[in-house]
Design a protein around this ligand. Structure first.
Ligand code: AMP
Ligand code: GLY
Length: 418
């Protein structure tokens, strides 16, 4: 089962820029015979057959995979992982990249991760868990400031408030339905660390960093990410090693010991404090748009890499990445992140790509008469490589000038701080 077939049919779950970047690399492999993506988007349709499928329904995904004789499944977003889709595929004997439902708890429950850290001396902010907002009320009312109030479960990046006053903390608490985690506030620059693991072997990916705030100079509300660049010098090799030794490896070991080994991409959000790197949170998938710059730099056959991860043979393959830098600029629909205006027409992508960039699509679709229109919050990821970040940046922004779209906006400073 672990011998890599010459020719595979592959299914990717998801439909954002991250999945477009993954599909793009998979499609380039000579081993990729057939590539399907559910639900995909208008850009993914250039690399893969986009199919309708209930991607958070384990039984539906297993049935689809059997019907279409799929050899390998790669899961992009967290929702299918948290729903147990990887477990169902594994039980059916289908090689899959992505953690089990039990291992996806690392993202699905902040309380689970905090308890795991406490048990294994993994550095993270001091915390307390509460069953609900009412139970946490007194604790938040008197907590030293700033106080961090979090919804325990998945909240699409909107479940965290760093409150400067106890009143603000209480207001955030009132918005939370369900379990709550209250934390001490950590100080320092943030950095991300990405690894790929088959459960045993761990491959560390190059550094990458996103820009979370909506507007230039890190102003405005948090978003899913308005752009990203790689490499990022913030996580020095020494700090990266500390984060691996004190945070990532102990976590993976603990997950193995619990009988729920983690397999797939693990994304550690870190705070680089005066006392060394501390864990803010885990995501059980690649970041979006960080995946776009990592895929841009990938210099190893993606099918071979995903197959090795899915079959426990990652020890046999060391992923390579180019020495290039990469930058991706997110173009978002007007109104994002609140109420994006969809349906606006986008033109000029061929002229932009002719400059040598790759445009990954997030929320796009084709109308019946073949026009490309915005269909979501984040819409396009204009992704460029260069000898260094400033060269990649210049190319990405030159390409953006070729895109004719009146319904969108983007940051002008992506990669500037790199
Ligand atoms: P999370 O969804 O847990 O990554 O939190 C989102 C953002 O909130 C992080 O990227 C940090 O900027 C901030 N944050 C979360 N937890 C803390 C903490 N304990 N101390 C300071 N900032 C935090
Ligand atoms: N860019 C942040 C994330 O994917 O969660």
């Amino acid at each position: 089962m672990t011998v890599l077939p010459d020719s595979l049919a592959i299914l990717v779950l998801g439909g954002g820029g991250r999945e477009h970047a993954i599909c793009w690399r998979l499609a380039q492999s000579p081993r990729c015979r057939r590539l399907l993506c559910a639900p995909g988007n208008a850009g993914i349709a250039d690399e893969a057959e986009c199919v309708a499928l209930a991607i958070t329904d384990p039984a539906a995904v297993v049935a689809f995979v059997a019907e279409h004789k799929i050899d390998l499944v790669v899961i992009g977003p967290e929702a299918p992982l948290v729903a147990g889709v990887a477990d169902a595929l594994r039980s059916a004997g289908v090689p899959v990249v992505g953690p089990s439902q039990a291992a996806a708890e690392l993202e699905a429950s902040k309380g689970f991760t905090k308890d795991l850290c406490a048990e294994h001396d993994i550095p993270t902010a001091g915390y307390r868990r509460f069953a609900g907002a009412a139970d946490a009320h007194h604790y938040v009312a008197v907590h030293p400031l700033p106080v961090v109030v979090k919804a325990d479960g998945l909240a699409g990046g909107k479940g965290v408030t760093v409150a400067e006053t106890n009143e603000e903390g209480l207001a955030a608490l009132a918005e939370i339905h369900g379990p709550v985690v209250v934390e001490q506030c950590l100080e320092g620059p943030e950095a991300s660390l990405f690894v790929l693991t088959d459960g045993e072997t761990v491959r560390v990916l190059p550094s990458a960093q996103d820009h979370k705030r909506l507007r230039d100079d890190d102003e405005g509300p948090n978003t899913g990410g308005m752009g990203a660049f790689s490499p990022s010098l913030r996580l020095t090799p020494a700090l990266q090693q500390q984060a691996l030794d004190r945070i990532v490896h102990p976590t993976l070991k603990a997950m193995r010991e619990r009988g729920t080994p983690f397999q797939g991409f693990l994304y550690a959000g870190l705070m680089l404090t005066a006392d060394g790197p501390m864990l803010i949170e885990y995501n059980v998938r690649l970041g979006d748009p960080e995946a776009q710059v990592l895929m841009m730099r990938l210099d190893t056959d993606m099918v071979e890499l995903m197959w090795a991860t899915a079959t426990g043979t990652l020890a046999d393959i060391e992923p390579r990445f180019t020495k290039d830098a990469a930058v991706t600029v997110v173009m978002a629909a007007n109104g994002y992140p609140w109420k994006p205006v969809v349906g606006t027409v986008i033109d000029g992508l061929p002229a932009a790509e002719a400059l040598g960039v790759k445009i990954f699509h997030a929320g796009t679709r084709r109308t019946d008469d073949g026009r490309l229109v915005a269909a979501g919050g984040r819409v396009l990821n204009v992704t460029a490589a260069g000898h260094d970040i400033s060269e990649a940046r210049a190319l990405a922004y030159a390409a953006i000038r070729k895109i004719r779209w009146h319904g969108g906006h983007f940051r002008r400073d992506i990669g500037k701080s790199a």
